[in-house]
Write a protein that binds this ligand. Structure first.
Ligand code: SF4
Ligand code: SF4
Length: 132
């Protein structure tokens, strides 16, 4: 399960991630990180099933937590396989197969939303139900 942790400006300098790992003993992998002096976000992957424990520990330290359980969806009826999403995706979710059809590895999605904005046919969604 991937989780998005959002830090407000006043908590940026606190070692929140280390504290949570030490307190819970739950190991996490950092998928992406974007933090500056005004706040930021990290996406983590937790293999352990204790998502709620991790969430609680982050929240008591002033961070907001979102479960990323709905990954990117493509509406095949709308997709024209133009490839615009391939170049914009930072996680290499999209690619072309040998027959030039679009491929997707949805488990790599970090829900940044860049491809949703880029798609000229509104074929992509991170909230939708029209998944392939
Ligand atoms: S940008 Fe949209 S239309 Fe183009 S290949 Fe990706 S999903 Fe399909
Ligand atoms: S939401 Fe971001 S990470 Fe997920 S497929 Fe789109 S561009 Fe890639």
């Amino acid at each position: 399960m991937k989780l998005k942790i959002s830090f407000p400006e006043e908590r940026v300098k606190s070692p929140i991630l280390s504290e949570v790992i030490l307190k819970t003993g739950i190991l996490v992998s950092i998928v992406s990180s974007r933090v500056d002096s005004k706040g930021g976000e990290i996406i983590i992957e937790v293999i352990d099933k204790s998502y709620e424990t991790i969430k609680e520990e982050f929240e008591t330290r002033g961070a907001a937590v979102t479960f990323l359980d709905t990954l990117i969806c493509r509406n095949k009826e709308e997709c024209i396989e133009c490839g615009a999403c391939i170049s914009v995706c930072p996680s290499k979710v999209f690619g072309y197969a040998q027959d030039w059809s679009l491929t997707m590895d949805t488990q790599k999605c970090i829900r940044c939303g860049l491809c949703v904005d880029m798609c000229p046919h509104q074929a992509l969604s991170i909230e939708g139900t029209e998944c392939e």
